[in-house]
Write a protein that binds this ligand. Structure first.
Ligand SMILES: CC/C=C(/N=C/c1c(COP(=O)(O)O)cnc(C)c1O)C(=O)O
Length: 393
């Protein structure tokens, strides 16, 4: 379960039985399609999720940037974000494993709602841990989780964002491993989570690669995707990694500045790949925002889903290898891109997604003739906070 010297299973002994059980299930059902697991997964993604999602030619952006820009519309997946690909796969796997209860963490609330929808669809009780701060800035998603029949447990320790929510969920899982599966929301955590989540999300680039060949008659010169934990990122990249001619850009949250305040332990951004250092978080060795004593620093982003001090170990490895370019844009440029895409293309993106479009705006000259941007989610959840942010500027 290693990606170069990243990844691994840095978990308390008490969790190893659950990890080993999951590793066995991953190998049998996901890698070997035992009992037709992957066939059922794909059928439910089609009929319940609404796949395939379009790879749409963006006419206004193509005019603006004088090149062919395509958008992979994961915002059109049921629930409004790529998160359902992974949530459906893991809840289905939990059923194949005989688990009776689901727990999950969420930051933007998209993973939480995706897990709640999948749990309702597959008739499994579900509890979602969500930071107090994120509950307040992603309220529509809190209502949706409860409407789908899930419980939402506020996490009040620390800053009440994603990092604490993940830690609380891991604690619940460690206590209830017998009957509970932890549906982790990104390509983070101990092996097999990063590989398994990437495998569930790789449907994005499987479809996009074929759709680009059919519609653009070529592979893209570059693929852009925002990166929080990195699941929509690796999903959009997976099937292109072996195509040398396709450049891969992971766009992180530059927050308000890349300058960190070591004394206060505060990083006013979430640019783990671009500015972080090697360390262990949530069970995996990866790139982190940590101070010189190895303390995980507070991260920041205008978007909850990118507000995370860590990142997936597979992405950290691909960046070290030079296969993926780690770039970032700040809060202001992301907010401007949020408005621009809404006006130019009639697509209101999630604030997370807007980071990728902000990078396109600033660097389109370097991206070649054909560009593919992953629209990881829609912006309905962000309307309230964007209205507030815009009023304050
Ligand atoms: C698992 C915590 C992350 C969440 N969301 C992350 C997110 C992200 C970033 O997560 P990754 O794809 O895993 O990098 C991108 N786009 C949208 C629409 C997102 O909601 C969440 O809880 O909803």
């Amino acid at each position: 379960g290693k990606f170069g010297d990243y990844g691994g299973q840095y978990v308390p002994e008490a969790l190893m039985p659950a990890i080993e059980e999951l590793e066995d299930a991953y190998e049998r059902y996901v890698l070997e399609n035992e009992d037709g697991f992957m066939d059922e997964f794909r059928r439910r993604l089609r009929d319940f999720g609404g796949r395939p999602t379009p790879t749409q030619y963006a006419e206004r952006l193509s005019e603006r940037y004088d090149r062919d820009v395509y958008m992979k519309r994961e915002d059109l997946l049921h629930g409004g974000a790529h998160k359902l690909n992974n949530a459906l796969g893991q809840v289905l796997l939990a059923k194949y494993m005989g688990k009776e209860r689901i727990v999950a963490e969420t930051g933007a609330g998209q993973h939480g709602t995706a897990t709640a929808m999948a749990a309702a669809h597959l008739d499994v009780p579900c509890e979602v841990y969500m930071g107090e701060r994120d509950i307040n800035r992603q309220r529509p998603n809190v209502f949706r989780m409860r409407l789908n029949g899930s419980e939402v447990n506020p996490v009040t320790v620390g800053r009440g964002t994603l990092k604490e929510a993940i830690s609380e969920t891991m604690r619940d899982w460690a206590t209830n491993v017998e009957d509970t599966h932890y549906v982790i929301g990104s390509i983070v955590g101990p092996h097999p989570f990063p590989a398994m989540v990437r495998d569930f999300q790789s449907v994005i680039s499987e479809e996009a690669r074929e759709q680009m060949r059919d519609r653009a008659g070529t592979l893209p010169d570059s693929v852009l995707a925002c990166a929080g934990g990195g699941s929509n990122t690796m999903g959009a990249f997976a099937e292109f990694v072996d195509d040398e001619g396709v450049d891969l850009y992971a766009v992180e949250a530059g927050g308000s500045t890349l300058e960190v305040d070591e004394e206060a332990g505060v990083a006013p951004n979430s640019a783990s790949l671009s500015t972080g250092s090697e360390g262990v978080l949530h069970g995996a060795r990866t790139k982190l925002l940590q101070d010189r004593d190895g303390q995980i620093m507070e991260s920041h982003s205008v978007s909850s889903g990118l507000d995370y001090a860590g990142v997936g170990p597979e992405l950290a490895h691909l960046v070290d290898e030079g296969r993926v370019r780690a770039v970032n844009v700040d809060d202001d440029d992301a907010l401007t891109a949020f408005h621009r895409l809404s006006q130019l293309e009639g697509v209101i993106p999630a604030l997370e997604t807007a980071h990728a479009f902000a990078y396109l705006e600033a660097h389109h000259e370097e991206l070649g003739d054909t560009v593919l941007v992953n629209v990881s989610g829609r912006g309905d959840k962000d309307l309230e906070s964007v209205i507030e942010e815009t009023a304050q500027r």
